[in-house]
Design a protein around this ligand. Structure first.
Ligand SMILES: Cc1cc2nc3c(=O)[nH]c(=O)nc-3n(C[C@H](O)[C@H](O)[C@H](O)COP(=O)(O)O)c2cc1C
Length: 328
């Protein structure tokens, strides 16, 4: 199976890019590449697969991001992901959290190319969909142009043709949040990789927030990946199909919110409803310029005597037509 179009990717984010957020994102962009949160291979092998892996048909193209460092377990998990219908498996080689360090996976695989290569080979034997890698530019003392070129070359030799590179080195001991702001981003180093390996597809990630910057970066790289910007302002996605893919998909803010509210009403599990409402509040916060709109929505949501359906109907009647999109 061939690679999907990766010009604009929405980053995998734990506790954020669950299937509900991805459904919401699809109300505003049909073309972007979506990713799940990182899911550990053991969770897939031992946990509730339906709950962890099921997703809506409208999410395509969507990649399953796996974490782990046991080649056999990763291979089995990837095969299960393929059976669920994911378009791609992405291996997390970039997460620096303490949990990841103790399990010796995520970015710590950048220190052990042999183990990483075994994981890749084993996964590739068990899937026919593409396998991609999301990594950093380095970790701790494993850093610099020479190190990164050698890393990319060795990993490419195992048959990886698309790398998402978060242009920031990871530092063990720093918490995950600070590892997303310290040390500074180094796009130039990632560009040197693209120049040294023009046959590879390189997707750049880290600190991208403006549509103009997305366009500039696409002159140099095969794709961009955005995380925090998109989560904090999903209306940004209304620009993407037209501005990046030159497609007029006629998506519109109010219709998207209505669809998402109908989606929430169709959910049966209260946890899913809560998660989805969090995504909804996030987007309302961004577009409602008066605190009153949000306050009213929040207090209605907290009112046990009010049915969710009525809350949404009132909200749509009172406020949706007044909300302006951020799209040009
Ligand atoms: C809340 C949060 C959770 C994240 N979870 C993951 C994850 O599960 N897998 C992953 O590869 N990266 C994860 N990341 C890193 C993002 O994918 C991305 O690389 C990082 O945020 C930099 O991109 P940005 O500056 O556009 O946000 C996470 C980031 C955030 C903010």
């Amino acid at each position: 199976m061939s690679l999907s179009d990766h010009r604009f990717c929405i980053a995998p984010m734990m506790k954020k890019t669950d299937r509900h957020f991805r459904f919401l994102a699809r109300q505003f962009t049909k073309k972007s590449m979506l990713y799940t949160e990182m899911i550990h291979s053991n969770a897939i092998l031992k946990g509730n697969r339906e709950k962890l892996l099921s997703f809506s048909d409208i999410e395509h193209p969507v990649g399953l991001q796996l974490g782990g460092s046991d080649p056999e377990a990763l291979a089995q998990a990837a095969n299960i992901g393929q059976k669920f219908g994911y378009d791609e498996i992405n291996l997390n080689v970039g997460c620096p959290s303490k949990k990841v360090k103790s399990g010796n996976f995520g970015v710590f695989l950048m220190k052990d190319i042999e183990l990483l290569s075994s994981c890749i080979r084993e996964i590739k034997k068990n899937i026919t969909i593409p396998l991609t890698i999301k990594c950093r530019i380095g970790v701790d003392q494993f850093e610099g142009e020479e190190y990164l070129k050698n890393f990319i070359e060795k990993v490419a030799d195992t048959g990886i043709s698309l790398f998402v590179i978060h242009a920031r080195k990871a530092i063990s001991g720093l918490d995950t949040k600070r590892n997303r702001s310290i040390p500074p981003l180094d796009y130039d180093l990632v560009y040197k990789i693209k120049q040294a390996f023009p046959e590879l597809k390189i997707v750049i990630n880290g600190g991208i927030e403006e549509i103009d910057n997305v366009k500039k970066l696409l002159d140099k790289f095969d794709g961009v990946m955005l995380g925090r910007k998109v989560y904090s302002d999903p209306t940004f996605l209304l620009n993407i199909d037209k501005e990046i893919y030159s497609e007029n998909t006629n998506l519109e803010f109010n219709a998207g919110i209505r669809n998402f509210m109908a989606y929430i009403l169709s959910l049966t599990n209260p946890k899913d409803v809560n998660r989805s409402i969090n995504h909804l509040i996030q987007i309302i916060r961004k577009v409602s310029h008066t605190k009153d709109i949000r306050r009213k929505l929040l207090s209605s949501l907290n009112d046990e005597n009010m049915a969710l359906e009525d809350v949404f109907t009132n909200f749509q009647e009172d406020h949706l037509p007044k909300v302006q999109t951020q799209s040009p």
